[in-house]
Design a protein around this ligand. Sequence first.
Ligand code: IMP
Ligand code: MG
Length: 334
Amino acid sequence: MPSTIVVGGFFGDEGKGKIIAYLAKHDKPEVVARGGVGPNAGHTVEVEGKKYALRMVPSGFVYESARLLIGAGVLVDPEVFKREVSSFGLRGRVGVDWRCGIIEAKHIEEDRKDADLKGKIGTTGTGCGPANAARALRKARQAKDVKELEEFLCDVPREINEVLDHGKGVLVEGTQGFGISLLYGTYPFVTSKDTSASQMAADVGIGPTRVDEVVVVFKSFPTRVGEGPFETQMSEDKAAELHIEEYGTVTGRKRRIGQWDGKMAAYSAMINGATMVALSGVDRLDPSCRGVKKYEELSNEVKEFVAKVEQDTRVPVKLISTGPEISEIVDLRG
Ligand code: IMP
Ligand code: MG
């Protein structure tokens, strides 16, 4: 470890939740901290036959000993947060930075009514854009102003930096994807914040010099939900023929599906400062690879694809996800 940031390299939904859950279980970090925008994210984790869909708490919760933190950069919807804390039984191990921005009913309403947000951009309707706008205008409430969050309040940067001072592991969970970054994505068809690794570090309060590894997750067939350009998008018929249709975790919308985009992957790996790539969904490329855990057992088709990804990004592929369950992975980190 010691400090590892995981981010999405395409348009979101690359399988970060699964990768983070695997890294948490396997590497046993002291802390798993969530950066990113807010509850617009939907991370799916499958472990021991159970499937979890998370929007606020870190996917690393599946490693029971980890302290779970939500960084100051993240927007908190207290309703969504409380629901997840109680349904996953996380009370006592989850902390919210006292400076987190708060999503209120009026933000959600605006996100769902505004013709540009809902219609043109196709937002998730979770209130994130309006809440971040209010935050920039210095009109937003902070977590410290919300009575029901009181028991969870903490100083996330202090906790994380102390863990790092002791040489222990911190896993930082990014959300969304590079292509919907406010700075580097397909503006205006983007989310309300940067989504790169530097932003995730800032969200949880670790300086750039304290980041050891940046894992950029790419999926074999990139997807995009909502509006905006998607250069390698394939037709719905083609996706159906390949049996690779997908639906969104938060909105249930049908995802647009595309072919591998080497140019985008290279640019994304560069800005994220990737030290390794995690490649997901190779079982969609070749279903015979589903559940494979050893590199040697991957088909030639998949091995050639892995080589192409390394060539395109000039970053080693060290994690290869072969299915949704967290044990379905080839780990080449050595
Ligand atoms: P917003 O983040 O809800 O404002 O939505 C802005 C755009 O980002 C829309 O196209 C959303 O579909 C997309 N988006 C936001 N969060 C995610 C995510 O976690 N995965 C995939 N797309 C997302
Ligand atoms: Mg998602």
